[in-house]
Design a protein around this ligand. Structure first.
Ligand code: NDP
Ligand code: 8X3
Length: 252
């Protein structure tokens, strides 16, 4: 029986690349996101013959998350070994006093509460299996703050803290907990952050080579393929042209 990986935010970016890579390694997939069509296209495009389950769910809705995970077939639940808490977003970028309350709510509800809701529903399954690995996708924004990043940075600092807290709380259940903190990576992230303004989104990656989703997927594979006695607690992964949250190599 194949092991299963549950990936939130699998319809795009890091999550979709991770799904493809882990499928190529023989993992069964449980893919969660709101956009059903994107998840279906992803599964359709997989060349490997693996078992894949789609969970159309908004991680901000605790009841929906819980019943989606409970609805998985028994053999998937008992073979679930990895959870990647990846669903997340930034909305807006600017001074704290001009921030929109609805943007703050979306980030806090998705990045922090959503991660907690999914973890709360999945951890009992991993505990029952007495084995598991949870990887939380934080950010360089969870290690540092940068101008205009205020609430997004706060949510990712919370993810970083939760990774450390979960590792302590789950130590006696044979469940590893890792934190992955990427720097700038070109996905749909900036299009979402700038509310569909593609030119503004593109400008974030002007003049240097950012990370791409495959870089994150390969790092996750490294973290998940260590021997049983090894846990990678935390990786900060950045483009060679990025030195810290707001410092990039000068354009040539
Ligand atoms: P994308 O925008 O490409 O992907 C985000 C994913 O999250 C999508 O699959 C989206 O699916 C899902 N998602 C968003 N909101 C919800 C929700 N309420 N319920 C369920 N799923 C949701 O961005 P990335 O791949 O770049 O981002 C993935 C993670 O990595 C995020 O947590 C982000 O904060 C973090 N990160 C990104 C960096 C970057 O520079 N790109 C750097 C560091 C960290 P759907 O819309 O279908 O629901
Ligand atoms: C996403 C990348 O640069 O906004 O976490 O921190 S950044």
């Amino acid at each position: 029986m194949a092991s299963f990986i549950l990936i939130t935010g699998a319809s795009s970016g890091f999550g979709a690349a991770t799904a493809k890579l882990f499928a190529s390694k023989g993992y069964g997939l449980v893919l969660m996101a709101r956009r059903k069509d994107k998840l279906e296209d992803l599964v359709q495009d997989l060349s490997e013959h693996i078992e894949a389950h789609i969970l159309v769910a908004d991680v901000r809705d605790e009841e929906v998350v819980r019943s989606a995970i409970n609805s998985l077939p028994e053999h998937v639940k008992t073979s679930l070994s990895i959870l990647v808490n990846n669903a997340g977003l930034a909305v807006g970028k600017g001074p704290i006093d001009s921030g929109l309350i609805e943007d703050w709510d979306r980030m806090i509800d998705t990045n922090v509460k959503g991660l907690l809701y999914v973890s709360r529903a999945v951890i009992p399954l991993l505990k029952a299996n007495n084995k598991g690995h949870i990887i939380n996708i934080a950010s360089i924004a969870g290690k540092e703050v940068y101008p205009g990043g205020n609430v997004y940075c706060a949510t990712k600092h919370a993810v970083d803290a939760l990774s450390r807290a979960m590792r302590i709380d789950l130590i006696n259940h044979n469940i590893k907990v890792s934190n992955l903190a990427p720097g700038a990576a070109e996905t749909e992230f900036s299009i979402v952050r700038f509310k569909g303004n593609e030119a503004q989104a593109k400008s974030v990656y002007d003049g240097y080579s950012p990370l791409v989703a495959q870089d994150i997927a390969e790092t996750l594979w490294f973290m998940c393929s260590r021997p049983e006695h090894v846990n990678v607690n935390d990786i900060t992964l950045m483009a060679s042209a990025q030195a810290s949250a707001a410092v990039f190599a000068e354009k040539e």
